[in-house]
Design a protein around this ligand. Structure first.
Ligand code: GTP
Length: 597
């Protein structure tokens, strides 16, 4: 297809504003999916994928659309909606010339609407503002058209109104895509360059790489090179999804499609990388490539220690399809053998633990999420800490820096006070505040990421009756007065409970954990002190009083079988006990203390 007849676009929206439903309707209206095959959420088939163990998900779909000007190829590129995947979103956007900015006509603009809009503007995309769900009785298109026009400029009348559910306005929207979004530009005679905007692992075919051709062309059987690693592969298949993968004779300037080389690990085909021809390579990779950097770390441990090998295999398998997952073995006094894992953010952590539990049948406990700290000691040694128990305690610390984020919170104006209080309590600094329309406010804060990963979102939601939405982006490191609080049982530190907190919050953390553990740990034969400490200084203390635990005392000698049963039971209980120094702690107590139950 010549570039003049191509339009590359994506749909950007806040979660639940109806992106998948609209995408489905477009597939149906353009005829690439027949009405008979149409199921809800054609593109969003993660569950079916899991059940069948095959990848049928399509990251980009090609749809024909005819207007008076001719028949166009519309490439709709899917973007992940969540903040954790900002980098992936920005690469998907870089593959497009335009974006449909979709907003629920009953909800208005939300935090992810803005975050995605800013990314789209950074990538110079043509924006088509659209209100969705106008069939809803609660829809207020007049009000939100004004809000949207106020945000991106233009007139409220120019904001399109559609219903992904009924199909109303969708044909008109496709005409606007053709008319408003510019065709792709590129040099057909230059050495070939294609940008990878997604790569997906498929159990049968290996990695499927989604690319947008920028210059030149790629053809089957050619040898191609990944510019970041210089690795060379043979192009086994190249094609377009419409929506099932369909091999073609190649891809030219502006086209969007997939390629298969037989590599087995998505790390060999990285999002953002440039693909070129190995015989006639380009000398300049496309801009914007970075390696995904984990932001949030947590220890993952199998509740049943004998599941450790299963966990290791499961992580190895997940890594094939998730280039941003990092892990290395780790042992803990409290939890045994496990892995320290690095994630892009909290949602990524949740997705991975859920997949490990669902797809591999594991029962896992995860330690409190931590961020990356840079520590410099008095003798000028510096190191990176991702696990609080590795934070130096003996040495003198000159400085500690922590990652900061710029957070944007959108909420109805009545909640401004509550939100500011919450952000202040999380060491936030107000950056600015703006009204979007009459009753909605955007509040911007600079905050430590470490405060956000610690149940900030849950608090925000519960304090605003679910109305607030949050988005954030990394904004560098900043020095802070941070200390490590250790929790000791009979003088022995329990690694899984060490935490890095601001000095002002150390006492509160110490009291919380010592009280929690006192309730959870059963009495022993001797008194057990539970202490919280910063270095050698004790900041909080509880103790569990001694108890003589003689299970046979009640049995008055007589009934042997009852005695044996009791002994048996006691042994059973012992198996799940962990020793911390001389103290026996049931593993459930650690788990309960970590999950805050
Ligand atoms: P995620 O995939 O979770 O990000 O959400 P999404 O933005 O793709 O939204 P989705 O298409 O899943 O729609 C969210 C909800 O809104 C679903 O319950 C849809 O049935 C409903 N919905 C979507 N479009 C419309 C519409 O035009 N009208 C009405 N009444 N409901 C709609």
């Amino acid at each position: 297809t010549p570039p003049e007849l191509i339009r590359n676009f994506c749909i950007i929206a806040h979660i639940d504003h109806g992106k998948s439903t609209l995408a489905d309707r477009m597939l149906q209206i353009t005829g690439v999916v027949s009405d008979r095959d149409m199921r809800a959420q054609y593109l969003d088939r993660m569950d079916i994928e899991r059940e069948r163990g095959i990848t049928i998900k399509s990251q980009a779909v090609r749809m024909p659309w005819s207007t008076a000007e001719g028949t166009f190829a519309l490439n709709m590129i899917d973007t992940p909606g969540h903040v954790d995947f900002t980098y992936e979103v920005s690469r998907s956007l870089a593959a497009c010339e335009g974006a449909i900015l979709l907003v629920d006509a009953a909800q208005g603009i939300e935090a992810q609407t803005l975050a995605n809009l800013y990314l789209a503007l950074e990538n110079d995309l043509q924006i088509i503002p659209v209100l969705n769900k106008i069939d809803l009785p609660a829809a207020d298109p007049e009000k939100y058209a004004k809000e949207l026009a106020g945000l991106i400029g233009g007139k409220p009348e120019d904001v399109l109104r559609v219903s992904g559910k009924t199909g109303m306005g969708v044909e008109e929207l496709l005409d606007h895509v053709v008319a408003q979004i510019p065709p792709p530009k590129g040099d057909p005679d230059a050495p070939s360059r294609a940008m990878i905007f997604d790569s997906v692992y498929d159990a049968y075919r290996g990695v499927i790489t989604y690319v947008r051709m920028v210059d030149g062309s790629l053809k089957p059987r050619e040898r191609i090179q990944m510019m970041s690693t210089r690795a060379v592969h043979e192009l086994l298949e190249i094609g377009v999804s419409s929506p099932e993968p369909t091999p073609t004779k190649g891809l030219g300037v502006g086209e969007v499609g997939y390629l298969i080389t037989g590599v087995k690990d998505v790390r060999q085909s990285k999002v953002g990388d440039t693909v070129t021809n190995a015989q006639k390579p380009s000398s300049k990779p496309l801009p914007g490539y970075t390696d995904p950097k984990p932001m949030v770390f947590s220890g993952l441990y199998p509740i049943d220690g004998s599941d450790y090998p299963v966990l290791r295999d499961a992580l190895d398998k997940l890594k094939l399809s998730d280039a941003s997952l990092n892990y290395e073995p780790e042992t803990s006094v409290a939890l045994g053998f496990g892995f320290r894992c690095g994630f892009l953010g909290l949602l990524h952590l949740e997705i991975v633990t859920e997949r490990l539990e669902r797809e591999f049948g594991l029962d896992l406990i995860s330690t409190a999420p931590s961020v990356t700290y840079e520590v410099v000691t008095d003798d000028k040694k510096s190191f990176t800490v991702t696990n609080p128990s590795e934070f130096p305690s003996g040495t003198k610390i000159a400085s500690v820096t922590e990652p900061m984020v710029k957070a944007a919170i959108l909420a109805p104006k009545d909640y401004v006070g509550t939100i500011m209080e919450l952000c202040q309590s999380r060491r936030g600094t107000l950056l600015g505040m703006e009204y979007l329309g009459e009753d909605r406010v955007e509040i911007r804060y600079s905050m430590p990421l470490g405060e956000i990963v610690f149940d900030f979102f849950d608090h925000l939601k519960s304090k605003t009756a679910g109305y607030a939405s949050l988005d954030y982006e990394p904004s560098g490191d900043q020095e802070a007065d941070l200390v490590k609080v250790d929790i000791l049982l009979q003088g022995e530190p329990v690694d899984a409970f060490s935490a890095i907190v601001h000095r002002d919050k150390a006492y509160a953390y110490g009291v919380l954990m010592t009280e929690r553990l006192k309730k959870l740990i059963p009495r022993q034969q001797f008194e057990v002190p539970i202490q919280a400490a910063i270095g050698a200084r004790i900041i909080a203390r509880e103790s569990i009083r001694a108890m003589r635990k003689d299970v046979l005392a009640k049995c008055y000698g007589g009934d042997i079988s009852r005695k044996r049963k009791l002994l048996e039971k006691q042994k059973e209980g012992k198996k799940r006990m962990k020793m911390v120094g001389r103290v026996e702690v049931p593993q459930e107590a650690f788990i309960a203390a970590l999950s805050g139950d």
